[in-house]
Ligand binder design. Structure first.
Ligand code: AMP
Length: 192
């Protein structure tokens, strides 16, 4: 079973891609953003804590995010394979994930990295804000999220690239075309 990560700036379509790619490989797509949004919706203690950060486009603190992810990873469906969407987003989180996977004896197999031009990202996010009413999709917050991606998450891409497991993928164009390319890239990596 595949153990994968999908990365990409906000608005790159990584959530949608994650769903399709995970279905192909028969693994759960685990999105920390979706987990947080469920907590906010259910007004849990964690949701109350995370919600403020999310509204401002800031990252939720590493330890809070990692504790939540650990619990999700312990569920049966994620025992042998998973596609992480939105984690790790900081270099600290890489270390936390490494520890988690080392304890399970499970190396990471591939990291998909979607790319797209900033103007396309902004347009997609403003469209999504309109369609879904996400409170973190206003223009100022979007700019902050793009900035954090550049400053905090690009170094994560560099780290995985240095490990030789990064699979860069053009994230502009048709959804199906990108999914097909992503699946092919992962299959090549798994066979190597
Ligand atoms: P997303 O749906 O992946 O764009 O995530 C929405 C929001 O959830 C982010 O803007 C952060 O506030 C928070 N979040 C999701 N994943 C993480 C993470 N790995 N580390 C910190 N904050 C996160």
């Amino acid at each position: 079973m595949a153990r994968l990560i999908i990365m990409g700036p906000p608005g790159s379509g990584k959530g949608t891609q994650a769903e399709h790619i995970a279905r192909h490989f028969g693994i759960p797509a685990i999105s920390t953003g979706d987990l947080f949004r469920a907590h906010v919706r259910d007004k849990t203690e964690l949701g109350l804590e995370a919600g403020g950060y999310m509204e401002r486009g800031e990252f939720v603190p590493d330890h809070v995010t990692t504790d939540m992810l650990k619990l999700r990873m312990e569920e049966a469906d994620a025992a042998d394979g998973f596609l992480l969407d939105g984690y790790p987003r900081t270099v600290i989180q890489i270390g936390a994930l490494d520890e988690m996977l080392a304890a399970r004896g499970q190396p990471l197999e591939a990291v998909l990295a979607l790319t797209a031009a900033d103007d396309e990202l902004l347009a997609r996010m403003l469209r999504r804000a309109h369609e879904q009413g996400r409170s973190d999709d206003t223009e100022a917050v979007i700019q902050r999220r793009l900035e954090l991606y550049r400053d905090e998450t690009q170094p994560v891409l560099t780290a995985y690239s240095n490990r030789g497991i990064l699979l860069p993928l053009d994230g502009s164009g048709e959804r199906e075309t990108i999914t097909t390319a992503a699946i092919a890239a992962v299959e090549r990596a798994l066979a190597a």
